[in-house]
Design a protein around this ligand. Structure first.
Ligand code: SF4
Length: 701
């Protein structure tokens, strides 16, 4: 099809946070094909299978093409947009009239554009009186946000993708970029320094197999191990004393705390050899440019925030930050998780301000040109508290935007029952077939990636542009347009009069960003973002006036100044908590969950629409087990098994593999049944669900 195109344009990909540039081939203004952009600073002219198939998934019979309302007989029936907006406003207002303004909540996403998140957050919290709201980013990035905020003074991943190519030692903790972030991994492969690659992971993942050192620890031994590593780095005097003295706080208490984590006992508990860990410590200690990277193995843990901070501590102790090839680097998951962190107006006030600060509220009110009394003085409940709010009858109306909690939330069976207790559930999505749609009273059909405009922020803090290269099917509308329609119908047209288009919203966001670490006042507009191949934050007016180039790759903390008032980073340590549901006699196996393949995405809402992507991955659930456990249980490779936890059970095909250790098993999150098993427990600081550790038993069917 690309052969018949008459023009091309570039847009950033809409799945993962790598933020690859994709070249769209257009005929008469409609995209007929795509290839990876060869002239984009992120992706080296490559894309993963999901990116290649980005257009295909738009042409699906499962698309939501008209608003649907559940009638008195329980059937979802097509209605007009006019009626849908009326139903939405009447439904939500009647819940609020009966149970209070705060009885309505929304759950949004890291999948929609920054401008859409900003609009939703402002409309709901400043306009509609919704107080409680959160995003699916709670499921993936909340831990990193909290860790960075406490350690650095702002949610600020410090790196730029060049760092993948400039390290001489890279440590990946609970991360499998080979399949999770394959284009980032390509950059690792291009690193000319022949880097030491250390993987800390209970599974022998694709990345672990490619590494120079794999510390295959027992699950949830990461925090003690990182403390033991810090202890040894101090003991062997690999500390950058100047850096620690001039740029951090808390060294003495860290030193005292980690001194109790002796290498031998920690290694014994973790199932590691002292020699292997010692070798890793030497690599970290002697490296000139050491970078540490983490994703969900750390974040999705009941002690995730402290684990992330233990990683940050190692970078700070050794002075591995702010220089090329260094950093304590959280890799983001979703295409716009970073946008959600800055603009969703949920945990943090619009633009990562504080709801509690008078000055911040005044600043945001001015940027949005709204009365300051409209801005709540407290933050929202977190996702898990909203779910509890449904259980307690405090939340009666819920608006779910571009996410699929009936599949993805932890202990799924419980969540599905709770959704049926709501008075009014609205789901706004591209597809009308998601597990969450099955519980909806009203479905609002939205346009997808490629059918609308806006910006995404990738893992290295780069604003990239998404573009409208297709017409949305049927009556589906861009989320931005849906929010506009709701604003008008709710009676808030005047308040949001300036929000006429995504780019108009972007200008409001720029005003609100002034003087924040994430200042973007220097960006001229969409055209400049397009021309530069995206622009990393910060890009302030001062930087733009100072003769710097927006295209230049920028990492944070080059001057050793962090975002706390005293400009010092904090070294934070804590006690170790025990796994809440360890394996026992009844449920003898620890279930790990995670991404299973490069070709599927999260709950497969989009990726299962592509025949090609489907063909690259088993359609039926499978579970990876160690052959020794298979033998003991009488289970052969390929057998159907029943996986049971205290919450529920799932059927899956046994895949016997040495990539998981005996006593553990792994199931991909892409299958609907996996979260029937998971245990509802959370990191206390970030509220992030701990998806990676529950006890199960496996029996032959
Ligand atoms: Fe790139 Fe991620 Fe899109 Fe794949 S899914 S093309 S790695 S941005």
């Amino acid at each position: 099809d690309s052969m018949s195109a008459d023009t091309t344009t570039t847009a950033t990909c809409g799945y993962c946070a790598t933020g690859c540039g994709l070249r769209l081939h257009l005929k008469d203004g409609e995209a007929v094909g795509l290839t990876p952009e060869t002239n984009y600073p992120v992706n080296l002219g490559m894309a993963c299978p999901k990116g290649w198939e980005a257009l295909r998934v738009l042409d699906s019979a499962e698309r939501a093409t008209q608003p649907l309302l559940r009638d008195s007989g329980g059937e979802l029936t097509p209605i007009t947009w006019d009626d849908a907006l009326t139903s939405f406003c009447e439904g939500m207002k009647s819940v609020q009239a009966k149970h209070g303004a705060e009885s309505v909540a929304f759950l949004s996403t890291g999948q929609i554009a920054c401008e859409e998140m900003a609009f939703l957050g402002a409309l709901a919290r400043f306009g509609m009186g919704i107080r409680h709201c959160d995003g699916n980013t709670r499921q993936c990035m909340a831990t990193a946000v909290t860790a960075y905020k406490e350690s650095f003074g702002f949610d600020a991943p410090p790196y730029t993708y060049d760092d993948f190519e400039q390290s001489d030692c890279m440590v990946f903790i609970g991360a499998n970029p080979c399949i999770g972030h394959p284009i980032m991994w390509e950059r690792v492969l291009r690193n000319p320094n022949n880097p030491e690659i250390i993987v800390i992971d209970p599974r022998r993942t694709e990345t672990a197999a490619a590494a120079t050192q794999h510390l295959q620890l027992q699950p949830k031994n990461d925090l003690p191990l990182l403390y033991a590593i810090a202890n040894e780095l101090i003991r062997r005097d690999y500390v950058d004393h100047d850096f620690v003295q001039n740029h951090t706080h808390g060294f003495e208490s860290l030193r005292d705390h980690v001194s109790t984590f002796e290498l031998e006992s920690v290694c014994q508990n973790a199932g590691l050899s002292v020699d292997a860990v010692s070798q890793a410590i030497e690599s970290i200690g002697r490296g000139n440019a050491v970078s540490l990277w983490w994703t969900m193995g750390v974040n999705q843990s009941y002690q995730g925030t402290r684990t992330a901070q233990a990683i940050i501590n190692i970078a700070l102790l050794t002075g591995n930050i702010g220089r090329p090839g260094t950093g304590a680097n959280s890799i983001t998951g979703q295409c716009n998780a970073m946008g959600s962190r800055l603009w969703s107006n949920t945990t943090n006030l619009f633009g990562h301000h504080s709801f509690e600060s008078d000055a911040d509220r005044a600043k945001v009110a001015e940027a949005l040109d709204i009365p300051v009394e409209r801005i709540p003085t407290t933050t929202s409940w977190k996702y898990n508290r909203i779910i509890e709010g449904i259980r307690n009858g405090e939340i009666k109306g819920l608006w779910v935007v571009a996410t699929n909690p009936a599949h993805s939330w932890i202990d799924q069976g419980d969540v599905r029952e709770l959704f049926d207790q709501l008075d009014f559930l609205v789901v706004q999505d591209m597809y009308q077939t998601t597990e969450t749609c099955a519980h909806a009273d009203l479905i609002l059909p939205s346009a997808g990636w490629g059918e609308k405009e806006g910006t995404f922020i990738n893992s290295e803090r780069r604003y990239g542009l998404l573009k409208k290269v297709r017409h949305a099917p049927g009556q589906a509308l861009a989320d931005f347009q849906i929010f506009r329609g709701i604003a008008h119908r709710w009676g808030l047209g005047d308040m949001f009069a300036e929000w006429t288009s995504p780019e108009a919203a972007f200008r409001i966001m720029q005003r609100a960003s002034r003087n924040q670490p994430s200042d973007i006042t220097g960006i001229d507009g969409y055209e400049q973002i397009d021309r530069c191949g995206g622009i990393q934050w910060p890009w302030s007016q001062e930087q733009a006036d100072g003769g710097f180039e927006p295209e230049q790759q920028r990492r944070l903390f080059a001057d050793g100044h962090f975002f706390h008032d005293d400009q010092r980073a904090r070294l934070i340590v804590d006690d170790i908590d025990l796994m809440p549901e360890p394996a026992d006699e009844d449920f003898p196996i620890v279930l790990l969950t995670g991404r299973g393949t490069v070709s599927q995405w999260h709950t497969q809402t989009r990726t299962r629409q592509s025949p090609l992507l489907r063909s690259l991955y088993p359609n039926q659930p499978y579970i990876e087990m160690n052959p020794r456990d298979g033998d003991a249980l009488g289970i052969d490779h390929g057998d159907l098994v029943r996986v049971q936890s205290r919450r529920g059970e799932a059927e899956a095909t046994a895949c016997l593999t040495h990539s998981v250790q005996s006593g553990q098993a792994f199931m991909p999150m892409h299958y609907d049944c996996t979260n029937r098993l998971t245990l509802s427990h959370f990191d206390p600081h970030s509220g992030q669900p701990s998806y990676k550790d529950c006890a199960v038993r496996i029996v032959p069917v």
